[in-house]
Design a protein around this ligand. Sequence first.
Ligand SMILES: [Zn+2]
Length: 239
Amino acid sequence: MSQKKYLWKLQEAEDKIKKNKKELDSIGKDDDLHKKVSEYKNLKEFYENKKNEKEKVENMLYKEEKKVKEISYEEKEIKEKLYGGSIKDTKQLEALYEEEEKMKEMINKIDQVILTYMENLYKIEEEIKQMSIKGKSLGIEIKEQINKNKIEIEKMKKEIEEEIKEKKELLQKINENYLKLYTEVKSKKNHPIALLIDENICTGCHMDVSIMTLQNLKKDKLTLCENCGRILFSTRDLQ
Ligand SMILES: [Zn+2]
């Protein structure tokens, strides 16, 4: 292989390394995964809040149900007095009727409250169920994505290792003068080597090069583009 071809391969290897390192970086950052994780955290917080809310409503419901039981018991006692026949006094009976009515009214009111709590509880339970389903599937998605990323990262790291190895091998093959020039141009330009296309156009700066430059190139000399300063290669150099 010619020195020019080695140099060209060096530029390709450096390009690949740079590209893969960038990709490795973006896998590590994984914005999509971060979004999912924060969504999961929010969901979990909502879930915990809903569970607390559920517990509160259950407590309130329990208290109301207890109240109804107590009042019903009292109501039963009044009924026994009313219809048991032991009380004959009309005034006393009237007072008991009145009390029974009051109790009924109270029970009705509490029953309404209980119904509202139950509806509320049902709604909360549904929400908890939905959150739990969503949380589970999101959790699976996150795990899968993390595993996928791990595999990708390993693959990418291996590729980069191979490319670095290839680069080292190339560096040993390229003679000092070529390498020196390459490094010099590289300190100023992203891609130190540019190809010449359409007879006389530099792909680095897209400008025509002079006849003298073309002649130097034909003599197989290391030639720089007079416009952008890159090392010029003809397609023939890469054959
Ligand atoms: Zn140029």
